[in-house]
Design a protein around this ligand. Structure first.
Ligand SMILES: NC(=O)c1ccc[n+]([C@@H]2O[C@H](COP(=O)([O-])OP(=O)(O)OC[C@H]3O[C@@H](n4cnc5c(N)ncnc54)[C@H](OP(=O)(O)O)[C@@H]3O)[C@@H](O)[C@H]2O)c1
Length: 242
């Protein structure tokens, strides 16, 4: 299998790169700023071939150029995981335009640009998997109006693509991570939200990135061929937050 992952330099994306290369798959991944982290991911990759590209997913021209480079390097692609994401938290009444736009552009528009760039290849070969990375914020989290809107949007986007292209052999699904130990949660989650997750989660710990990667690998597998337009929670049962 040939796999493309955005935001593979750190966190959940890195875990997906590691799981896919460990299984012998070829993987191309992207980072936006942290070249050292991308190098580290390359060093951690398993036996599958692995390459990294710098790309800002907010910019459709950069996305198209990296998609072309990916297809040149690997000859094709089977699995596309638009995983890159950011948070810019704050109450809606005082949220600056830039915080709204950055989060929507990165998490939602960026995922669309990536899917669109690879769809002609996936549809042309009548085989492909789109796997989007949403969040329990899709149901709304206080202080994350921008992030919640983007993550809810991904569910609609994924289902629309699954309906447009399912008949052509391209499935489109969503994983919904709960709370995982990454830079994102270490850096920007409020104390209140962390306390809530620890207290309210049916399983009394945060997830490890490899556990999310395992769900992505299932959706990428031949066994998941009949899974389309699905929303798979990997939340340990903590399916909402205040
Ligand atoms: N961690 C959680 O508990 C959790 C829960 C629910 C959903 N998620 C979702 O899972 C995904 C991964 O999150 P994470 O926790 O692994 O985050 P993370 O550790 O902060 O890593 C974010 C990744 O996205 C890349 N990125 C950020 N802005 C970008 C842009 N404009 N263009 C391209 N790449 C960009 C980063 O690249 P650089 O390294 O170059 O900065 C990095 O590789 C996100 O979509 C997030 O919303 C995470």
């Amino acid at each position: 299998m040939i796999v493309f992952v955005t935001g593979g330099s750190r966190g959940l994306g890195r875990a997906i790169v590691r799981a896919a290369t460990a299984a012998g798959h070829d993987v191309g991944f992207t980072y936006v700023a942290d070249a050292a982290a991308a190098e580290e991911t390359l060093g951690l990759a398993g036996p599958g071939r692995c390459r990294a590209w710098q790309m800002d997913t907010r910019d459709p021209q950069q996305v198209d150029a990296v998609a072309d480079a990916m297809l040149d390097a690997f000859g094709s692609v089977d699995v596309v995981v638009p995983n890159a994401g950011i948070t810019r938290n704050g109450m809606a009444a005082t949220m600056p335009d830039a915080a709204w736009r950055d989060v929507i552009d990165t998490n939602l528009s960026g995922a669309f640009y990536v899917a669109r760039a690879f769809l002609p290849t996936l549809v042309g070969q009548r085989r492909g998997r789109l796997i989007f990375v949403s969040s329990i914020a899709r149901d709304g989290i206080a202080g994350q109006a921008n992030y919640s809107a983007a993550k809810a949007g991904l569910v609609g986007l994924a289902k629309a693509l699954g309906k447009e292209y399912g008949a052509r052999g391209v499935t489109s699904n969503v994983v919904v991570p709960g709370f995982f130990e990454t830079d994102m949660t270490r850096g920007s989650m409020s104390r209140t939200l962390k306390d809530f997750a620890a207290a309210a989660g049916p399983i009394d710990r945060v997830g490890q990135p490899a556990e999310l990667a395992a769900a992505v690998m299932f959706l990428a597998s031949p066994e998941a061929a009949f899974v389309n337009c699905a929303v798979l929670p990997v939340t340990a049962g903590l399916d909402w937050a205040p």
